[in-house]
Design a protein around this ligand. Sequence first.
Ligand code: AMP
Ligand code: ZN
Ligand code: FE
Ligand code: FE
Length: 297
Amino acid sequence: MPSVIDLHAHTTASDGDDHPAELIQHALAAGIDVLAVTDHDTMSGLGQAAEAVTGSGMLLLPGIELSAQVIDKEPGSIPRSVHLLGYGVDPENVALAQEMEKIRSHRNDRLRLMVEKLAVDYELTWQEVSDAISPGATPGRPHIAQVLIDKGYFPDTSAAFAGPLRAEGPYHVPHYAPRLHRAIAVIVEAGGVPVLAHPYTGARSGAVRHDQPLDRILAGYQVFVEAGLAGLEINHRENTEEGKEVLRAVAAEFSLIVTGASDYHGTRKPNALGENTTDPSQLERILEAATGSSPIS
Ligand code: AMP
Ligand code: ZN
Ligand code: FE
Ligand code: FE
């Protein structure tokens, strides 16, 4: 069984810097044995990644990072954005393709609206931002960040995200995403294994509000486990240390798959390939459960 397993990485098919073939080269150089390409709301990078991986000795697991949201029952609560990884999905599945298409279309409209708002205070045009997006790629705030950095407004993506691109800021516009229940169902229907990405980045973030007692947190997760949630990405740099402890308790309670991954986006984010990895026993569980596609070698 191969050992260095990184199950979360992005390419130019969404908001990564590396072309899919470049990502494979970088992963090989980093000593990765198994890599999952998990672009936001698209699998369009898979073909080129598969071509590059053929004969290299590395295994490529088809994946997706689907945008989703959770809306609490309390009136007036703000929807929380949640990312759902899907491993071993069938890239040809129609319902998944339609859902991804719908999200991408709304992401495009949303990014245009954000650029309109930003253009009041920053010298920025939609043409410049759309030039930063690879043809057909899933648009995201990092594409705006790139233009603002190129123009000297910010030193790096993190600074732009701490500034005008932050979700709580005046320029932010939310985009459509399916409710988490539906996102899980879509992944399962496409033969995939649904794993929550970076589930605990703060008390109020995530699929379940974490600023409540553990029994309430467990009850919150139980609903998603019953809907088909199979795993948690616990070893991720954006989960807090106390959050990882809570997540380990949740995983133990429901016998969930536990993963770790880099969430590599290229040179503009600090996340390095292989900085967090998944145990081979957990990959085995994923491969046993996935029916939509097999790893490519
Ligand atoms: P969006 O998809 O437009 O909501 O933007 C979210 C994306 O931006 C995620 O994929 C993150 O990888 C990236 N991102 C979020 N926060 C930061 C940050 N502080 N620094 C760099 N990239 C970030
Ligand atoms: Zn991203
Ligand atoms: Fe994410
Ligand atoms: Fe990601």
